[in-house]
Each structure stands twice: as C-alpha cells, then as structure tokens.
Write a protein that binds this ligand. Structure first.
Ligand SMILES: Nc1ncnc2c1ncn2[C@@H]1O[C@H](COP(=O)(O)OP(=O)(O)OP(=O)(O)O)[C@@H](O)[C@H]1O
Length: 309
C-alpha cells in the first residue's frame, strides 16, 4: 500500500519478518512484517500499549524477538549500531546526572564512527547557551533536546525517535522538525513514534498504524484518511435540535451537538445529507469534508476494537 517509489531490489534499511515479542501473556508485537527504505520519513502511530516502543527496542537490538527476524541494512541491529549507522532518541535515559550537556554531547561524538563537530551538534539542537548546565538541572523540553543531540551526534543513515517532541515548546518543535526534514532530504531514513497526529500528518511521507502489536494500516497520511471511509458533515440548525433523529440518519457513525452546531461522521455523506433535508430541516453553513488524520486514526482503531470484541 506504500506509495513511496523504491526499486524492488533496494536493500531495506529496516526489515522485520514475522516478528513476535511477548511479555508473559501480553503479545506486544504480533507477527509484524515491515520494510523501510532509504529516504523515507515514517511515523509510527498507535494507541497506548500498541507496541510502538517494543518495536523500536527490537529494532535497536535492546530486546530480542521470541520468533521472526529483525534486520537493519541487511545485517543485525547490533552490527548496524556498532557501525554507527543508527542514531536513536528514546523516551527516557541517556542523561547522566552531574555531567554537563557539552560533556554528554562530546562523549556521543567520540563514540560515533563518523561524528559531527560538537559545536555543530549543540547548535543544531539549540543547546549552545546551556552547554555548561548539568544534565540533572534541565527542564523536560531541554532534556529532550539533549537526547535529540545525542541521536544526531554523527552521520547515521537511520534516525529512530520515540515520542521525540514530548515536552518541547512550539518553537523547539518547529526547529526539531526542520532539522529532521533536512536529515531526510539528505537521504536518511527517519522513523518516529508519536501521539501527535498533526506532526505525523505534516512530516511523515509514510504512516504506520500499530494496534495490539499488529500493523493495521500502512500508507501515506492521505491514504490512511481515505481508508477510514468516513466523512465529516457539519452544519448549524435553528431551534431545538433532536439529536436522536439526527443520529438515526442513514450512515451516521458519530454525532456531536454543541449549541446550534451539529457535527456528524458519516460512512455515506451524500445519503446522510439527502435524508437530512428529508426531515424537513434547513441546515445552514453546511460543510462536508474528509477526516483529519487524528479522526481517521480513531475511526480505524475503534473499528478494529469493535471487530475484536
Ligand atoms: N517490560 C515489560 N513487561 C511486561 N509488559 C510490557 C513490558 N513492556 C511493555 N509491556 C506491555 O507490552 C505492550 C506494548 O507496550 P509498548 O510500550 O511497546 O506500547 P506503546 O505503543 O509504546 O505504548 P505507549 O504509547 O503507551 O508508549 C503493552 O501492553 C505493555 O503493557
């Protein structure tokens, strides 16, 4: 379903084949097969507990699969990491108390086989002014920027980011994504897990939706939105609003009424609007539009939940 033009013979940056990982009775990753290719910017979405962090840990060799295989650049995660091909920014850890920001970045540069100059790494992450501050004296957003610096200390081919912008303010987020775009434009593969669907929509050229450890959707944001197969119908009504009657219109899957404004999700917007007029109502400011990525995500995962009940 992916639309990215990739030669069939290209060695995948990431190759998951039928990977399963369980914790006791919890199947965190369930038969996952996946290929990522050079230059792709890929968002990994999923509700809490969907298996995103476990997937990234498997990719980084921090966890081993119970079955199936995980490959990076045609080799093992460990070999790829030792060769400096992977930069990673995980949700926590990596920041040692009592050590300054500059010292941490220097160490990350020293450990990378193809390091960037320390001053460049600090500047790119917006850390120059706080380079002498101790890592345990940072705000949440500053600590995230340090993790970002550590992930980009050298010239890696794959950058893995687990919820990278959590705690960052708006300008830090914008700067962060501008840098990631540059990295992708230079041919690097960027894989990021996020709960900010607007970021996935704006940044990713491919979106993966995980649900209970399985891949529920894989495509561009536009394809995921279309796949939800639902449209939004929004209008104003004068007078008393009979929510039950509107909810019973054909193909309506969801209804919200706020003041005189009605917002409906419909699997067949034409049929819904036709029947709306059939009730003898006169909607004003009528708008029919596709779902945003966030609503599409909710619709897709809710449909899957309903199937599994
Ligand atoms: N170390 C562990 N021991 C036991 N269960 C675990 C462990 N790590 C994760 N799990 C379980 O595995 C499932 C997947 O967890 P994971 O952290 O990969 O999900 P996630 O998509 O990253 O979630 P979130 O969005 O909340 O960060 C969850 O049900 C979680 O409770």
């Amino acid at each position: 379903m992916t639309t990215t033009a990739v030669p069939a013979t290209a060695t995948p940056v990431v190759g998951f084949d039928q990977v399963t990982k369980t914790y006791g009775s919890v199947r965190a990753v369930d038969g996952l097969s996946l290929r990522l290719y050079p230059g792709e910017t890929v968002a990994l979405l999923g509700p809490n507990g969907a298996g995103k962090s476990t997937t990234l840990d498997l990719l980084l060799g921090l966890k081993q699969p119970d079955s199936g295989s995980v490959g990076l650049f045609g080799t093992t995660p460990r070999e790829a990491i030792v060769a400096g091909r992977v930069g990673a920014m995980l949700q926590s850890g990596g920041l040692t108390d009592g050590v300054t920001v500059a010292e941490l970045v220097k160490l990350a540069c020293a450990l990378h086989p193809r390091p960037y100059p320390v001053a460049d790494v600090l500047a790119r992450a917006g850390l120059t002014r706080i380079a002498d501050r101790k890592a345990d004296k940072l705000s949440g957003g500053q600590a995230q920027r340090v993790r970002f610096a550590l992930a980009t200390a050298g010239d890696s081919d794959l950058i893995i980011l687990d919820e990278p912008t959590t705690g960052m303010d708006v300008s830090a987020r914008q700067a962060f994504w501008a840098t990631m775009r540059e990295q992708a434009d230079q041919g690097r593969t960027v894989l990021f897990a996020t709960h900010y669907l607007e970021e996935a929509d704006a940044i990713a050229d491919r979106v993966l939706v995980l649900h209970r450890g399985r891949l529920l959707a894989d495509g561009t944001a536009a394809e995921i939105k279309a796949r939800a197969g639902v449209r939004r119908v929004c209008f104003d009504l004068a007078g008393d609003i009979d929510q039950d009657a509107l909810g019973a219109l054909p193909s309506v899957t969801r209804i919200d009424v706020s003041g005189q404004t009605v917002r409906i999700q419909s699997a067949d917007a034409d049929a819904t609007v036709h029947a709306l007029y059939g009730l003898g109502l006169y909607p004003r400011n009528l708008e029919v539009a596709g779902l945003g990525l966030e609503q599409a995500f909710v619709a897709i995962t809710a449909a899957e939940e309903a199937k599994q009940q």
